[in-house]
Design a protein around this ligand. Structure first.
Ligand SMILES: C[S@@+](CC[C@H](N)C(=O)[O-])C[C@H]1O[C@@H](n2cnc3c(N)ncnc32)[C@H](O)[C@@H]1O
Length: 194
């Protein structure tokens, strides 16, 4: 399934729990980067709470169309169509990424993580999740990134951990044809401060 198809199906879904949690830890004037913003459900949520947001995704048509009818908040959302690997981290106070970073190769994930560690301002807040090694999609591969608990936790060495969660559950996902199908999920999630 293409990103655009996924965005068409998921547009209008409620914000992710991670999005609702992270705003407890950031100030009103904090600029949020929503990395892999998809249909924009979380970016729209952040903007509706008064935050300025950069919604970055390699495919942004669906979100751009949605914003045309959201005149009350659209000025707070800057949409950037780009690969995350090309993004410059200036001015960001919060790096947020839901269900996206596992789609990077391990090499790119660690380049990005090094940028997060070294280029984000001190006290920036980071909220991410990564697929775990018991996820149904887990495979030994270099083109996606899965982690065990030890590796995921080690990302945050030197950070202040605000929330850490491991979720393992039977649920559903979107199949190639856009229909939902059963899936075993295993996800690590963390909100931390630099
Ligand atoms: C599974 S979707 C998650 C979307 C949204 N964050 C959510 O929680 O529903 C992953 C998103 O990441 C985007 N994406 C994947 N790799 C990317 C990259 N290298 N640069 C920018 N966006 C990327 C895809 O286009 C897609 O919108």
């Amino acid at each position: 399934m293409s990103s655009e198809q996924f965005h068409k199906i998921t547009k209008g879904e409620p914000p992710r729990e991670l999005a609702k949690k992270i705003i407890k830890y950031i100030n009103n004037d904090c600029l949020i980067l929503d990395c892999g913003s998809g249909a924009g459900n979380d970016a729209i949520f952040f903007a509706s709470q008064g935050y300025k947001v950069i919604a970055l995704d390699k495919e942004t048509k669906v979100l751009e169309n949605r914003l045309k009818s959201l005149s009350d908040i659209k000025d707070r959302i800057t949409v950037i169509e780009s690969d995350i690997m090309d993004f410059e981290f200036k001015e960001i106070g919060c790096f947020y990424s839901s269900l996206t970073l596992s789609f990077l190769s391990r090499k790119n994930f660690y380049i990005l993580w090094s940028n997060i560690r070294h280029k984000l301002k001190k006290h920036s807040v980071i909220g991410i999740n990564i697929f775990g090694n018991r996820d149904e999609w887990f495979r030994e591969t270099d083109d996606m990134t899965f982690m065990d608990k030890e590796e995921f936790a080690s990302l945050f060495t030197g950070f202040t951990i605000l929330e850490f969660l491991e979720k393992e559950k039977l649920g559903t996902c979107m199949g190639e044809n856009g229909m939902t199908k059963d899936k075993k999920w295993h996800i690590f999630e963390c909100i931390a401060k630099l």
